[in-house]
Design a protein around this ligand. Structure first.
Ligand code: NOJ
Length: 740
């Protein structure tokens, strides 16, 4: 009998259900929570734990709480201590969407490792990260928390995140259990409205939404969280078919999501519901479907005893869920060393360690995407330059941290103004120029968790006039505009994804001065910027870069680093184009790029081009690369052959720089309509001026597989077009034939 069998055999029903109960905790821990821990009625705590201070208050508090479970409860079972560590903990790192734009898996792993070290130094053993939701609709605020629109890149990033968080051994006190979320297709929410449902064909689910989850499971992710959405009519917390795909990992509900199935209108499997107690019906259903831990729904603990007595759930189902929680705790090493992650000395060493800030600066810089650089306006030459740094985000230390940065301290964040001030030889003038938003209702929504967005009471015209005067006196204008942190993240969808109107007025006024304007964007999603892209000579997308934002942006603006990020989402021209992704399939009337007025069969929209503003994979740098013609190792292949495609890339510019060489595959004729192209490989290379490198990609029939409408995973022989280039829209192609 294993140790967990033995433990299970000694547990009462209440203690077993206690393990399935995940509840919030604030500090100091309220006495009723402490009493429940003592009574074995709680399996884990989330949030609040380390909220006590921005400093190192965490590990001692966690130790005290863990001690209640380990030393004062009957069986001494340690607690899972969880937190939303989404992009760094105290050292706030770029938001996940930003980091994905680095296309640098080493960076992703480093970010996850820093977060794990800091989180575990605070006593945490479980983080609700990474979010693996593929998203093609930038209205959805949570696009900020994921890796963009592509399943292949998403899968590689998922693996790197799990590696970084969980380390080589989950029992190591510096490792933390990852929680892959939200299962599944939460990012397909209709209309980009948060918490909404989605209708996704099984083939699309398997080919687009599942790959990052599969990759994370193969990398050993310890737990998974269900999504608030109903997919194809079934809320994920009740979807046994989907939950089965997560066998072997601890499956936790999202916050209060089991009771929320009442509002979904869900009954039991036969359509009925216990009118007196719908929570009982749905708690039973969630358990039967495979949910093992109930986050703040309270139904598992309070309703499953009656359900068991009535024979509506079985003892075996409860035992299996309890076993999963205990096994997760065992994998984390908590039974051997419950206090290993409660180490004040390590916290003092690890939290906000200087080397983490160095990494934060590089990660933030490498996440930025240079979208436009007409006339090589950038990089700016520092000595003697006078710069007008303008805009509501220029001197903002709160919003640069981004959403989900509860542990970040704005006092230690470097604003863009700070960053530019620190560049030797530059004279800086500053004006706010506009408020982030003027709309009072929006302001209240953005400040729901604290005053992150302030309002300058001056009339907008006065602020613009001040900024124009500052711009006129300078050589160049850096306009720092965009979104507030809370405009993305959870419950933060937007209908209009352009610059807020007051900021746009400011930008137009700055442009009208005739001074060269560099638009530095801070944002949590792709934005619609057709006017800006036409009129403003240089545009740098910087997302929310975290605590080193200002230094990272200054490094790029003044050429200390080369911008090397590439978009991981397609940027639409207009919100009316979404959802939009690079892999969209062609139609029977494919259309032309410019909506040829003579041909109604080629029109897509009457009122605008159908092509995106910036394609997936796009980004500029300060040097140029020339791609040689791609060559294939064979043009005819058999089913077991490996195709190698190679090409040379030369840095033809005067500076050293990074390039993301991307490979896409098109299956032009198949039994079903296939995506127009699909990313199947990429390599980020660094080349010195004049240097040439040969890049090689390998493909097997495994890479050509897809799911049929019947759910079969197949590859179909025939012609394949391989495209290689710097972005999804600029490819050199070659054709090969694969026979069965
Ligand atoms: C709800 C969110 O959907 C989820 O991502 C998060 O981890 C939980 N709340 C806990 O805060």
């Amino acid at each position: 009998m294993t140790f967990i069998d033995d433990l299970l055999a000694r547990m009462t029903l209440e203690e077993k259900l206690g393990q399935l109960n995940l509840v919030t905790a604030t500090l100091p821990l309220p006495e009723d929570r402490a009493a429940d821990i003592r009574a074995g009625k709680i399996g884990g705590l989330l949030g609040g734990l380390v909220d006590c201070s921005f400093g190192v208050g965490g590990p001692d508090a966690a130790r005290e709480i863990q001690a209640i479970a380990v030393e004062q409860s009957r069986l001494g079972i340690p607690l899972l201590l969880a937190y939303d560590v989404i992009h760094g903990h105290q050292t706030v790192l770029p938001i996940p969407l930003a980091l994905s734009c680095s296309w640098n898996l080493g960076h992703v792993e480093t970010a996850a490792r820093i977060a794990a070290r800091e989180a575990t130094a605070c006593g945490l053993n479980w983080v609700f990260s990474p979010m693996l939701d593929i998203c093609r609709d930038p209205r959805w605020g949570r696009i900020a928390e994921g890796a963009g629109e592509d399943p292949y890149l998403g899968a590689r990033i998922a693996e790197a995140m799990v590696r970084g968080l969980q380390g080589a051994d989950l029992a190591d006190p510096e490792s933390v259990m990852a929680c892959i979320k939200h299962f599944i297709a939460y990012g397909a929410a209709e209309g980009g409205r948060d918490y909404n449902n989605a209708d996704v064909s099984p083939a699309r689910l398997a080919d687009v939404y599942l790959p990052p989850f599969r990759a994370a499971l193969e990398a050993g992710a310890g737990s998974a969280m269900m999504s608030f959405a109903a997919v194809n009519g079934v809320p994920s917390h009740a979807d046994a078919d989907h939950l089965r795909l997560l066998d072997g990992v601890l499956r936790v509900s999202d916050f209060n999501a089991i009771p929320e199935m009442i509002a979904h209108g869900l009954g039991d499997e036969h359509g009925g519901i216990d009118a007196d107690d719908p929570l009982q019906t749905l708690s039973e259903r969630a358990l039967r479907a495979g949910v093992q831990m109930d986050m703040m729904g309270h139904g598992f603990a309070s309703r499953l005893p009656a359900a068991l007595a009535a024979g509506r759930v079985s003892q075996a189902e409860i035992d299996a869920a309890c076993r999963a929680v205990l096994e997760a705790k065992a994998r984390l090493g908590l039974f051997d060393d419950p206090f290993g992650r409660c180490d004040q000395a390590r916290a003092a060493r690890n939290l906000l360690a200087p080397e983490y800030r160095v990494a934060a600066r590089q990660l933030a810089a490498d996440s930025c995407v240079l979208l436009k650089n007409a006339g090589d306006l950038l990089p700016l030459a520092a000595p003697g330059l006078s710069v007008a740094v303008v805009g509501p985000l220029a001197d903002d230390a709160w919003n640069i941290l981004g959403p989900w940065s509860f542990q970040g301290d704005p006092a230690s964040a470097v604003t863009v103004l700070d960053g530019i001030h620190a560049v030797p030889g530059v004279t800086v003038h500053h004006a706010r120029g506009a408020n982030l938003v003027e709309d009072r209702r929006m302001l209240d929504l953005l400040n729901f968790a604290g005053p992150k967005v302030t309002l300058d009471p001056r009339p907008p015209a006065e602020m613009v006039a001040e900024a124009v005067a500052v711009a006129e006196a300078a050589d160049v204008v850096v306009a720092v505009l965009g979104e507030a942190a809370e405009m993305s993240g959870e419950a933060a969808s937007r209908m209009d994804i352009g610059l807020p109107p007051g900021q746009r007025v400011l930008l137009e006024a700055l442009h009208a001065t005739g001074k060269p304007v560099v638009l530095v964007l801070l944002h949590g999603r792709p934005l619609t910027l057709p006017w800006e892209a036409e009129h403003i000579p240089a545009i740098l997308a910087t997302w929310f870069g975290g605590c080193e934002t200002g230094n990272a942006i200054a490094d790029l603006l003044f050429g200390l680093r080369n911008p090397c990020g590439r978009l991981t989402t397609t940027w639409p021209r207009h919100v009316g184009q979404v959802p939009l992704a690079y892999d969209r399939a062609t139609t029977g009337r494919p259309g032309s790029r410019d909506n040829d007025p003579g041909k109604y069969t080629t029109r897509c929209y009457l009122d605008g081009a159908s092509e995106p503003l910036f394609p997936f994979g796009f980004g500029l740098g300060y040097t140029r690369f020339a791609y040689g013609p791609p060559a294939a190792s064979a043009s005819q292949l058999g089913p077991d052959d490996t195709l190698t495609v190679s090409l040379s890339v030369t840095n033809t510019g005067a500076r050293s720089g990074e390039e993301v060489v991307q490979m896409y595959v098109t299956d032009p004729v198949a039994s079903v309509v296939r995506p127009g192209k699909q990313l199947k490989g990429f390599e980020k290379i660094v080349l010195a001026p004049g240097e040439t490198r040969t890049v090689r990609f390998r493909l097997t029939t495994r890479d050509l597989e897809f799911h049929t409408p019947r759910g079969d995973r197949v590859w179909e022989p025939g012609r394949f077009v391989i495209g290689i280039g710097p972005d999804s829209d600029t490819l050199q192609t070659l054709t090969v034939h694969w026979r069965r």
